[in-house]
Write a protein that binds this ligand. Structure first.
Ligand code: GCV
Length: 676
């Protein structure tokens, strides 16, 4: 672990909140706030002070009362900005330069966020006007898929690629939670305001966090609370049976309802600001309301009513599909499932239910269309679920900076380009009466670099920044992260940018062609296996044969999935002529000789992009070598080792896919590059 000030970086312990961030904090800081997080700000100032000397000038952190006493800044009365802040909620802050002073005004979380914004250089302080900042998404949440014990198949963190759990060890909370404290402050710097602390696949041991192990939740809640973050628990829908000894979990059963009410009361007696429950029901073996002939609104409202008296909320996941499919049955389409189950329930969920929808209709593949569910539930609070942990995007062994993908998703006007307020970001954020947001699966674990691949920290950072403001460019966010993590060295900035900026498209180029997903090894999901899932009960994803490839999801001849979108998307996806190349095989089954808009045939695209992508991967490590001595040695070594693995794996992807599709199609590569 390195906190090497001489090398100008601080990595292991502090990620982007180390010496470089500390160096930005003005030497003189005046804090005038009686807000709830003032003590946190004070402690953070002291902590950062110990890391670096700080910048010239002074920082003034005021709550609105202090600002009102001040009266004016740079000659302007503060009354107007205070009025605007009052209407913007307790997460908002305003920032302005006045000579060599930087002024931040905010209440509660707003002041904390404003403080971190200065430290991380997220908002430039203008001498001419106040920069007002408020988050676009009311809910900015991370879900942890952590088990307390090591699961025999899934390990301790399900789909975790950064070592064991940050929270738990040997089935209980870790005795030393110092790194959880660091983690909480890292999350606050990027505006995260909620976390869920256990896996949505709730095993028997973890289920007890709700009852007999509640003290452990309370301990974590205390740590996160100090950084303005509320804690949530993933619960099993079968808890009344598992924990309460009842014979049923039927949502309409009065005994079940009573059990949830009493349990929620006990939780709030211990943790008054507890956030609520996250539920995966009737999905991949988890229990749910279907067992009792009830629907998902019945299920969600059961929990919502137990939490409502205490202000708690239910995050009810829409990830419900049949994982006992018959590959011979071409009508069942996993892509339709969430829409089929949830869209008809729009308007039936209680006010404190948030339906949590994966961003695409499948499951966090490297490329998917936006889920039509997001545009189909105007009377329901929604949260769009993203995956920071890189399950299908290289498992934190490959570089894959996901901010460009998330930007594309958040900006997509799912309700139609001419329909105002219909981008994914806008629909997720909801309205004042129905606030929603963004929830993402964390990529952090007990690993000394937090994320396994040290450069995967950029994804966590970007997730928070985009949930705060979906209009920020992926490139700008990358610049913020790089400077805060590695300092101002221009070569470091250049190389990190070169490695990460295009890495999602690069990863796509040698792995999943044209919107086909799941060509991965079943189980662990790493590395190529074209037919890995094709004949399994989990769904069928490419239908490749000697003549063609892709899934026909048209209304005319396929599963009808394309028709679940509003216009113009339904028609655009329906027609092979207008469907975008990158999604062609998601929506259509076409001959290998089909010409893409790019001018290439499908088969030649498959051949070329794999070979080109791989060649490009081979250029990354020599470039990274140039940073030896300019970034901490341990971090440099870890990245070098992982780049070697990325090279090996990319070659495997290239060779398997090129060979597979040559053998399937019999069509040679017109460029004559080797096929095995
Ligand atoms: C937590 C995918 C993953 C599972 C995960 C599931 C989910 O299927 O492979 O490990 O389970 O998504 O989101 O619930």
């Amino acid at each position: 672990m390195s906190t090497d000030r001489a090398a100008g970086t601080a990595t292991g312990d502090l990620a982007w909140l180390g010496a470089h961030a500390a160096a930005r904090l003005p030497r003189t800081v005046h804090l005038r706030s009686s807000g709830p997080l003032a003590e946190t700000v004070e402690a953070e100032i002291a902590r950062l002070r110990a890391l670096a000397d700080g910048a010239d000038g002074s920082l003034h952190l005021w709550d609105p009362a202090a600002a009102a006493q001040e009266g004016s800044v740079a000659g302007d009365p503060v009354a107007e900005v205070l009025e605007q802040l009052a209407g913007a909620g307790e997460e908002a802050f305003a920032l302005r330069a006045d000579g060599d002073r930087i002024i931040v005004i905010g209440t509660g979380r707003g002041l904390l966020y404003g403080f971190y914004a200065v430290v991380l250089g997220q908002v430039p302080a203008s001498p001419d006007r106040w920069s007002r900042n408020a988050p676009a998404q009311p809910i900015r949440m991370l879900d942890h898929w952590d088990n307390m014990t090591v699961h025999p198949v899934m390990g301790q963190v399900e789909r975790g690629y950064a070592g064991g759990s940050l929270f738990y060890e040997h089935g209980e909370l870790r005795p030393d939670l110092t790194r959880v404290e660091h983690y909480a402050r890292l999350l606050a710097t990027i505006g995260i305001n909620r976390v869920a602390i256990n896996n949505v696949n709730v095993h028997a041991h973890e289920a007890t966090l709700l009852t007999t192990r509640l003290d452990q939740v309370a301990r974590l809640a205390e740590i996160f609370r100090a950084q303005g973050i509320t804690v949530h628990l993933a619960v099993s829908f079968a808890s009344p049976i598992l924990l309460g000894g009842l014979e049923t979990s039927d949502p309409l059963d009065p005994g079940v309802q009573r059990w949830w009410r009493t349990t929620a009361e006990a939780v709030y007696a211990r943790i008054p600001d507890f956030g609520g429950f996250v539920v995966k029901a009737d999905s991949e073996g988890q229990p749910g309301p279907f067992a009792y002939g009830r629907d998902h609104a019945d299920g969600a409202n059961l929990l919502a009513r137990a939490l409502a008296p205490h202000g708690g909320e239910v995050f009810w996941r829409a990830f419900v599909y049949d994982h006992h499919q018959d590959w011979r049955d071409r009508r069942t389409d996993r892509a339709r499932a969430a829409h089929d189950h949830f869209a008809p329930l729009d308007g039936s969920f209680d006010e404190n239910v948030i339906v949590q929808v994966k961003h695409g209709p499948m499951d966090f593949q490297v490329r998917e269309p936006v889920s039509p569910v997001i545009g189909a539930m105007p009377r329901t609070r929604l949260a769009v679920e993203l995956q920071v942990t890189q399950e299908y995007t290289g498992q934190q062994k490959h570089l894959c900076y996901l901010a460009p993908a998330w930007s594309e998703i958040l900006r997509f006007p799912v309700g139609g380009p001419d329909s105002p307020g219909s981008t994914v970001a806008e629909l997720a954020a909801g309205t004042a009466g129905r606030p929603g947001g963004v929830v993402a699966v964390s990529n952090v674990g007990a690993d000394e670099f937090w994320t396994g691949h040290p450069l995967a920290q950029a994804n966590l950072f970007a997730l928070g920044r985009l949930a705060w403001d979906g209009q920020l460019s992926a490139q700008r966010i990358l610049g913020e992260w790089t400077a805060a993590t590695f300092g101002p060295d221009p070569l470091v900035g250049e190389v990190v940018h070169e490695l990460l900026a295009q890495s999602w498209l690069l990863y796509e180029s040698y792995t999943a062609p044209l919107g086909v997903g799941f060509m991965v090894r079943p189980g662990h999901h790493y590395g190529p296996d074209v037919d890995g899932y094709e004949y399994t009960p989990w769904g069928t994803y490419h239908f490749a044969d000697r003549d063609g490839i892709g899934v026909d999801r048209t209304v005319a001849t396929g599963t009808g999935f394309a028709g679940l979108y509003p216009e113009p998307w339904a028609s655009l996806y329906e027609s092979v002529r207008t469907c975008p190349d990158e999604l062609l095989l998601f929506f259509h089954h076409v001959p290998y000789t089909h010409r893409l808009h790019s001018g290439k045939s499908v088969i030649q695209h498959i051949y070329d992009s794999r070979a080109d992508g791989c060649e490009r991967v081979l250029t990354l490590r020599p470039r990274w070598q140039q940073l030896e001595g300019r970034v901490p040695a341990d971090l440099h070594a870890r990245v070098t080792q992982l780049l070697r693995e990325q090279e090996r794996s990319a070659q495997e992807w290239r060779d398997q896919l090129r060979s597979y599709f040559f053998r399937a199609s019999g069509i040679p590569d017109e460029n004559g590059r080797p096929i095995h």
